[in-house]
Structures are given as C-alpha cells and as structure tokens.
Ligand binder design. Structure first.
Ligand code: AGP
Length: 606
C-alpha cells in the first residue's frame, strides 16, 4: 500500500525522506515521488518503479530544503506511471495521499466546469485542486486545507504543502498516519519503521485530526479548527530492529527471530507456578456471559484465527467461528451482545479487519484486538487489546507475526479457561510448561534449516504444489501454501487431507509434490492412508511429522522430523519448516522475497 513520509525541521530533508521511503518499500508500491520546499519554491520528482530510481533522479541536484513530502504509490486509480505517481500539484499546492477518495469523480467534474485541468487519472489530484480553489477564495492555507478535506468521502492520510509558506498540513481519516517528534523537528509517516532511526517518540493520530506543522511547533485540531490534545508516546522498537542484521532478506531474519518473538510474547503473561495467565490492562466484560466467539482477520492472520478456533473449541467447548474479514460484514453475521469478537492483525491497519471491528462495535459486541503495532487503529479502537511482541515485521510475507498470534490465542484459551473454571490450575500449569518450551523447539527446527534448503533445491522448478493437513494442522498447511504462493509465485493449494479424494486427487502424478503435515496424533493413521493414495499415483510426498518410526521413510521423497508437542501447539512448530521451504524455494528462484510482486504489507483499502 502507499507510503507517506514528511519532514519539517532543521536538516536537509531530501536524502532523509528518500531513506525513509526505502524503509516503507516493504509495504508494496509501484512508483515513488518527492516534493522539496525551498524558500517559496517546490521542486518535485516522480518515477515509476523503485525508490532507487527516484534517488537517481534527485541526485543531479536542485532538491535542497528542510521541509518536504515523499510518497510510494500502490495503484488503485490509474495505472502505475510517472503522471499518476505522487506528489500531485495544482496551483501552488502539493499533496501526497494514501487511501481512496470515493467522491472524486463528482468533485473532478465540478472543478472541471470551473476551469480546473487535471493531469492524472488519480483520485488524489482533486485534493490540491480543492485546496487551491479555497485559497483563491481568500481562505488561509490551513483553513483551505480543512475545507477541502471536509468535502472528501472515503479514506485518506495526507501531507499538504504550499509554495508560499513554510507550513506542512497533515490529516488522517481511516488511513494510517503517525507523527514523529524529534528535537526541533517533526516527521509524518505511514508507519513507525520509516522513521525509527530518527525518533521513537510518536503521536498516534486519530481520524479527522488535522496537524499543522510550522517552525518548531505543531498544533492538532479537529476538522472545525478546534484544538485537540494527543499524547506523545515512546515506543520500545528501535531502528536496528528494522534492519536486516546480516540476513539476506528480512523474511529470513524474521523466521529466525521467532524463538525470541514467541518468548517476548509470553513474558509477564504466563505464571507457571500459579497456573495462571494474565494480560496487562485487559478487562473484558464478564466472560461467563460469552456464548460464542468470532475470530475475524485476513490472510495469515485468518489462519491464526482458524487455529484459535481449534484450540478454544477443543478445550473450552465454546463455539468459535473463524471468519474472513472481507466476508464477515457483508453476510449480516448473527451477532449477539454476549458474543466476543476477536480481531487479529499484524499491522492493525487492514481495512477489512477494521471494518469488521466497526461492525461488531455497532452491534454492541465486545471487541478484542490481537495486534502487533502499538498505536495502530485496531489497537486504539478495540474495547480491549493484547499485543503480540513480534517486533517490526518488514517482510511482506508474514512469519513471526503468525507464530506470535498463535501464542496469544493459546494464552487467551488458558486465560479464559481459568476465568471460566473450564481448566483447572494443574491443567493450565501443564499447558504453560509446554508453551514455555516452544522457543527452544522452534530453535531446534531452525538449527536444521539446511535440510529444508536441500529439499527446496529439488523442487524449486516445480509449477504446482499440494499441501495436506488435518485438524489444527489444516490452517498450518494453508499458511504454508500461502507463503509459497506469495514469494515464489508457484501455485500451491492446501486441502484438509481427507478432502483430497473428493477432487484434488485428480491432479496427482509424478510431477506433483505433496507436502503433508502429519503429527503422531489421533489422525496420523488416517493421513497415512492419504499418503498411500498419493504414492499409488506416483505423487511425491514431502512428509513433516514427529512420528519416530517413519515407516514410510523409504517410500516418500523426504521426511522432516518435527519436535513433538501437544495438539494445540503443533501448528506453531509445523509451520516453521513450511516457512523455510517457501523461503528457500523463492530464494533459489531469485524472486523479490521481501517485496513480492503485486503484494502490499498492510492492505489499507478494501
Ligand atoms: C501474509 O503473508 C500476507 N502478506 C497477508 O495475508 C496478511 O497476513 C494480511 O494482509 C493481513 O494483514 P494484517 O495481519 O496486518 O491484518
């Protein structure tokens, strides 16, 4: 998705803004641009393609100044091209924008009649035209900006500057934007990693906030111009956390960070001696009244929800519905006031997940966010929030966010089990004990990552993959298949193993690798029967199991031995080699692992 950065301070801003844009690259984009203000002049450069192309474009000079805006665009209206790239200018007003202006056609037509000429196909371009129009009517720049923003329907995060004055106006509505506070300098950014090397002090803006930056000061108002107060928060993330640290890709680094991320997510929450789980600051309403839980999310986070459903239903016997956020609100879900709605999101900014949260709130349901980004919309607006402590996740393909989400949902199961007296202390203790072993067990898998790299070497030229798993490992193989698709562009489909004979079996021949996750649990023998069906059709099985006897070892293509654990925690382990398999295959294919084509890290539009 688009990324915004802006600066007003005492340093030369051009390189600083482009460096910040580089750190937003992971969000996904197709073009980039910059506007530098310099004593009554604005110099703009835009390029289709990479931020490095933009850097080259500005290197010839002319981009001096200590105030500026920069942008990476992910096309929604109009193809990726230089003319559609931001910033957009009309008169002496220049704008960068994230989001979608829903009424742009109507505004454009109206302005056209008044003689305004448009140079791009974007919805964004109406913003500088509207501001210019209000300035020409005699309003101050800031008033004109507010008046223009009030006319917009849809979502936006914007940065606006004007040739004639050293003022930067920023605003947000349903699209993320934060303010970074330095020493006599201010930043705006779509998210924290862009500017973490400059400051860790942030103001998390709320919808309809308008920020006016001038020399050494910032004022925040509502849309009517009334001052509003927002606190400056210090976050624990550092710039180094958002660096590759010697790994070839962020994704690989993040896969290897999982033991630490899981351990950090547990710290201070699981009390083994007491057989108790507590979440800081969480005070849900009377849990005894909860009749049904909804877990709603997108993509990888949705897979975590499916795992959460298995855990809670198996142990607490409370019905859980796992739902895809983009479907949830459109099917008029039967929500009751006693239900609990759990929204799971790494970024906390996914538009569909936020819309699901709003639907829940509208219906009076308690909303609980499981989120990785402090200050994100989901974290701010849910009734309660439990943070995953994964640290910044930069790779577009989610890895450590997933395993920390599973960890939180597991703790939620224990927390509710205790509060509802559905699990006694000894059982909770036992579960905590096993959970605390997870960082070591994940590390044990990572220690033998070489063997996965070897498997990848035999299959990276394959066109299709089938993934099979049962029960709680079905979402784990869905996640494995999603990882492979996302970063290697190889087609991969995941099925509940028992479903194979109802259709996908037709695909099996000697060219189809079938990834099977089959721990030694109550369905092991059933999955073995499915493996036999694959082998009988000369399919190639890549088996991931903790079963020691490996009676199939000589007949399958490869066996990867997983550490054993309880049913609930199996996916936390089984997904790790699947992440590695996807990574090593993509790496052999030479794809852009951290920023795969067409993908955005945080999908802030519907
Ligand atoms: C994961 O690899 C994906 N890139 C994607 O499916 C992601 O999980 C989804 O967009 C949800 O994002 P969120 O967790 O930030 O809400």
């Amino acid at each position: 998705m688009c990324g915004i950065v802006g600066y007003l301070g005492n340093k030369q801003a051009c390189d600083l803004l482009i460096d910040a844009l580089k750190r937003l690259e992971y969000r996904g984009y197709d073009s980039a641009g910059i506007a530098m203000w310099n004593n009554g002049a604005i110099e703009t450069a835009r390029r289709k393609g990479k931020v490095d192309d933009l850097r080259k474009a500005v290197s010839s000079g002319g981009f001096e100044g200590t105030m500026g805006l920069a942008h990476t665009r992910w096309a929604t209206h109009g193809i990726p091209s230089e003319r559609n790239a931001h910033p957009h200018t009309a008169g002496d007003i220049t704008v960068v924008h994230n989001g979608i202006i829903e009424n742009y056609i109507e505004i454009k037509e109206r302005l056209r009649k008044d003689g305004h000429e448009f140079l791009s196909d974007t919805d964004t371009e109406v913003i500088p035209h509207l501001v210019t129009r209000y300035v020409e009517e005699g309003r101050s720049f800031v008033d004109a900006a507010r008046a223009a923003l009030k006319e917009l329907k849809g979502s936006y995060a914007v940065g606006i500057i004007r040739k004639k004055e050293r003022t930067l106006v920023a605003a947000k509505k349903e699209s993320p934007l934060i303010v970074g506070v330095g020493d006599d300098e201010y930043f705006i950014a779509s998210d924290a990693p862009a500017i973490l090397d400059r400051t860790n002090r942030f103001i998390f803006l709320e919808d309809n906030d308008v920020v006016i930056f001038t020399e050494g000061s910032l004022v925040i108002t509502d849309m009517e111009g009334n001052p509003v107060k927002r606190v400056v928060s210090t976050v624990a993330w550092t710039g180094a956390m958002a660096e590759k640290g010697g790994y070839k890709h962020f994704m690989l680094k993040e896969i290897f960070e999982q033991p630490r991320a899981i351990a950090d997510t547990l710290i201070g929450r699981v009390m083994e001696e007491e057989g108790q789980v507590e979440f800081e600051d969480l005070s849900p309403p009377d849990l005894t009244k909860v009749r049904k839980i909804w877990m709603v999310a997108c993509g990888t986070s949705y897979h975590a929800c499916m795992i959460g459903k298995h855990m809670i239903e198996a142990n607490l016997r409370i019905p859980v519905e796992a739902d895809i956020a983009s479907e949830f609100r459109y099917r008029n879900p039967i929500l009751n006031k006693e239900d609990m709605l759990v929204l799971v999101s790494q970024s906390g900014e996914t538009a569909d997940t936020i819309a699901a949260m709003k639907e829940g709130k509208k219906r009076g349901v308690y909303t609980l966010g499981v989120c990785n980004v402090v200050g994100s919309t989901l974290a701010r607006e849910c009734d309660g929030v439990v943070f995953t402590h994964a640290g910044p996740e930069i790779g577009v393909a989610s890895t450590k966010a997933f395993t920390t989400q599973i960890s939180v949902l597991y703790m939620l199961m224990l927390y509710m089990g205790g509060k509802l007296h559905k699990m006694d202390r000894d059982r909770i203790k036992e579960n905590i004990r096993e959970m605390r072993k997870m960082p070591h067990k994940v590390q044990a898998i990572l220690n033998i990552s070489k063997s996965i790299e070897e498997i990848a070497g035999n299959f990276h030229k394959t066109k299709d993959f089938l993934y099979l798993g049962r029960g709680i490992n079905y979402p784990a193989v869905q996640e494995g298949a999603l990882k492979l698709k996302e970063i290697s562009y190889i087609h991969a489909e995941a099925y509940a193993a028992g479903e194979m004979k109802h259709g996908p079996i037709a695909l099996i021949d000697e060219n189809l690798p079938v990834v099977v996750v089959s721990p030694n649990d109550s369905t092991y023998q059933k999955t073995c029967a499915n493996i036999e069906e694959v082998l009988a059709r000369r399919g190639k099985v890549l088996l991931f199991t903790d079963h020691e006897s490996h009676e199939m070892a000589s007949r399958v293509e490869s066996v990867f031995t997983l550490p054993s654990t309880t049913y609930e925690l199996q996916p936390l382990l089984s997904v790790i080699p699947l992440q590695l398999l996807a990574y090593y295959i993509a790496n052999l294919l030479g794809t852009d692992v951290d920023q795969p084509r067409n993908l955005a890290k945080s999908v802030t539009v519907e």
